[in-house]
Write a protein that binds this ligand. Structure first.
Ligand code: FES
Length: 148
């Protein structure tokens, strides 16, 4: 089944949403409702906040379902680009209570069949075994009441 990808832009920034990767953490719409509102269509309103605020929120996405890129990174030298350039020097991996392993940096995943995939932002890897989108978490840990 092909993976869905949706893009939303405000001209300088494009937010990419991959619903198949979403673990429904609710972080985006509970923290920046003027931009992320699942009750509206489209559910992402790029006019709801400035570029910096949107970038800051997208970077909090625990699954990597939300990511972003600057439309003109080579030309833009504003503050938003500075945020894009900011990278942690130490990789952070977090074990979510009763949930996935969160790799909090850009990474390249090599799948069991050998193909590779670059993930930007945070990537959530299933550790409950119930995901239908392995190796990624799809939120199934909640349905099975995973504890760990
Ligand atoms: S940890 Fe989320 S589906 Fe397995």
């Amino acid at each position: 089944m092909p993976k869905s990808t949706f893009k939303y832009t405000n001209g300088e920034l494009t937010v990419v949403w991959k619903p198949d990767t979403c673990i429904h953490s609710r972080i985006c719409w509970t923290q920046l409702r003027d931009v992320f509102d699942p009750a509206k269509k489209p559910w992402i309103n790029m006019s709801g906040a400035d570029t910096e605020a949107i970038i800051e929120q997208v970077r909090k996405c625990p699954s990597g379902a939300l990511s972003y890129f600057m439309n003109e990174q080579a030309v833009d030298t504003g503050e938003a680009s500075d945020i894009v350039a900011e990278k942690a020097s130490i990789s952070q991996i977090q074990i979510s209570p009763n949930g996935p392993i969160l790799i909090k940096t850009d990474c390249e995943i090599t799948h069991s069949d050998g193909h590779t995939e670059v993930k930007q932002g945070t990537t959530a890897l299933c550790r409950c075994g119930a995901s239908t989108n392995k190796p990624f978490c799809d939120g199934s840990h909640r349905k099975i009441g995973f504890e760990g």
